[in-house]
Design a protein around this ligand. Structure first.
Ligand SMILES: Cc1cc2nc3c(=O)[nH]c(=O)nc-3n(C[C@H](O)[C@H](O)[C@H](O)COP(=O)(O)OP(=O)(O)OC[C@H]3O[C@@H](n4cnc5c(N)ncnc54)[C@H](O)[C@@H]3O)c2cc1C
Length: 441
């Protein structure tokens, strides 16, 4: 009698970002043929390399090169372009709303929750209407076009109040996402200003608002102070220990009494776990993150794994100072957790023991515009050009696939030789306008 061939294990990964894509990438190379099938679900057809979003917004990198196409990279996986709307572990199913709008139910044997995070917002009047985040490539493209088109509008108006409003740019939140976005955009706008005969860089009002007493908690306090000094030298106004009270109608009101008008409000004040997790029967902590063990297994649910921004993974490198410490939401942890996830999933699949995830946060590197940066890695503190070079080298080394690394380096080289691109392609926000005009005239 012929032996009955066992069915391959069905592994479903929800989220194709850092954790999701790197886990799928590892599994497709480690799993033997017929051992398991891997399905990746993400509403975007690509993984976004988020640390490069500020440079994409500033035009130093072509936006398409900051994303890795999932179907091209994950050739041995099944990619579903859709949004998971529900996970029911009791029935081992994931409900997905696919790109064409129909609802699909995926059954799994092994689940990886890699749903990441969304912007953490506050009930500030006007924020929802006026604010924009920096989490997606679409936002980066929009912000670039929006900022550059403010310069075009400011140069063509005779109204001094309107000009002031158009040239006021506010970034709220002083973590690395906020600081890099602010610094890169200010640098780009300053460069662009040389091509506007009636505008001066001093006409711009770049403002950072941070609720705590320091910026960039990822680097030492000393480096945070240095970064503030560098930003202030460039004419950027930094408000520390300050909260935004209202943004209604683009009128910015701070809790120290400062008020001004601005057409550009960028919100980078932290992240929270993906809210879709509330529509699952996975165990969540008080911050809405999936409760995990240090082995990246979801507490009490064999066969379910979780990592990255959406997860509360114990930080074993800090248990002495705080027994309840969990890993911070960062690419640094996400990439390493994905590597451990691959090892653990394969180990369990083959009847072996999974291992703990242990990584001591190494510090951070941040770009502050062309040739400017700050780095604090393994206690080594670097500033200026060296830190900027380190920021670029580190991130390009982390960029997935040789293809993307190569394209990013070519972008930088081109910008070095031919200068920054300063054109606003604002039309992409209203692509039908020209054709509508043609059909009506
Ligand atoms: C501007 C910026 C700069 C940063 N710079 C740094 C840095 O310098 N260093 C550093 O360590 N970290 C940095 N980070 C943080 C880092 O990018 C994140 O910590 C990392 O991306 C987390 O990985 P993740 O896989 O958990 O989430 P993500 O990479 O965000 O992936 C989550 C994925 O889930 C998908 N998804 C969302 N909803 C659903 C759904 N319902 N169904 C299916 N899929 C869904 C998303 O489309 C996304 O692809 C930065 C972040 C930003 C925004």
């Amino acid at each position: 009698m012929a032996a009955v061939k066992s069915q391959p294990t069905r592994i479903v990964i929800v989220g194709g970002g850092y954790v999701g894509m790197y886990t799928a990438l590892g599994l497709q190379s480690k799993l033997r043929s017929g051992e398991a099938s891997v399905t990746v679900v993400d509403p975007q057809p690509h993984m976004t390399y988020q640390p490069f979003l500020p440079e994409a917004a500033a035009g130093s990198i072509e936006p398409r090169h900051v994303v890795a196409p999932l179907r091209k990279v994950l050739k041995r996986c099944h990619v579903v372009t859709g949004r998971a709307t529900k996970i029911e572990h009791a029935s081992k199913t994931v409900t997905v709303e696919t790109a064409d709008g129909h609802i699909e139910t995926l059954e799994y044997d092994v689940l990886v929750s890699a749903l990441g995070s969304v912007a953490r917002t506050l009930p500030i009047p006007g924020l929802a209407e006026r604010g924009i985040g920096v989490k997606t490539i679409g936002e980066a493209i929009y912000i670039r076009n929006h900022v550059l088109s403010r310069l075009d509008q400011a140069s063509s108006t005779d109204d001094p109040e309107l000009r002031k409003r158009l040239l006021s740019f506010v970034v709220i939140g002083g973590g690395y996402a906020g600081i890099e976005t602010l610094a890169e955009l200010e640098d780009m706008s300053r460069y662009a200003m040389r091509y506007y005969s009636n505008l001066e860089p001093e006409d711009m009002n770049w403002v950072l608002v941070e609720a705590t007493g320091r910026i960039m908690p990822e680097v030492s306090a000393k480096m945070g102070v240095y970064t503030v000094q560098q930003l202030e030298k460039r004419g950027i106004t930094v408000f520390l220990d300050t909260r935004v009270k209202s943004l209604e109608g683009g009128h910015v009101v701070l809790d120290d009494g400062t008020e001004f008008d601005s057409d550009t409000v960028i919100w980078t004040a932290g992240v929270k776990a993906n809210p879709v997790l509330r529509n699952t029967d996975l165990p969540l902590d008080e911050r809405g993150r999936v409760r995990c063990t240090a082995k990246l297994q979801v507490e009490g649910l064999p066969g379910v794994w979780s990592a990255g921004d959406c997860s509360a993974v114990p930080d074993l490198s800090r248990t002495e100072e705080d027994p309840n410490a969990t890993c911070s939401p960062s690419a640094q942890h996400a990439v390493r957790q994905a590597k451990q996830l691959v090892k653990n999933i394969v180990a369990v699949q083959r009847g072996k023991e999974p291992q703990d995830y242990v990584h001591k946060y190494a510090g951070s590197v941040a770009g502050l515009g062309l040739y400017k940066g700050v780095a604090d890695v393994y206690g080594i503190k670097l500033k200026g050009f060296v830190a900027w070079f380190m920021h670029r080298s580190y991130h390009v080394s982390r960029m997935p696939t040789f293809n993307r690394k190569f394209r990013v380096v070519v972008d930088w080289t081109l910008a070095l030789v031919s200068g920054r691109e300063i054109v606003a392609l604002g039309q992409i926000n209203n692509p039908k306008a020209e054709f509508d005009y043609a059909t009506k005239s």
